[in-house]
Design a protein around this ligand. Structure first.
Ligand SMILES: [Zn+2]
Length: 84
């Protein structure tokens, strides 16, 4: 079981808000580094990231178009974190 403290949660929300751009390759290298650093230390965000990365990969393999996040994915991920 992972236990969140409020500070950690705030950082996670920050990371999550940038994750779409990260997966899209739109973040500056420096911010990518911060995000990767957080992912290496935060199992919850790793799970979210894995899910998102797989979703994006699948989506791109099906549609050769610029990505729009499937509706509700981000919302579900945030909800999941809030439950912890
Ligand atoms: Zn996190």
């Amino acid at each position: 079981m992972i236990k969140f403290d409020p500070q950690n949660t705030a950082e996670c929300l920050d990371i999550l808000s940038q994750m779409n751009q990260y997966v899209d390759g739109e973040l500056a290298a420096e911010i990518c580094h911060d995000l990767e650093q957080h992912l290496s230390e935060c199992q919850d965000c790793q799970v979210v990231f894995d899910t998102l990365a797989k979703t994006v990969k699948l989506y791109r393999s099906l549609h050769d178009t610029p990505l729009e996040m499937p509706t509700g994915v981000e919302e579900r991920l945030l909800k999941r974190l809030n439950l912890n």
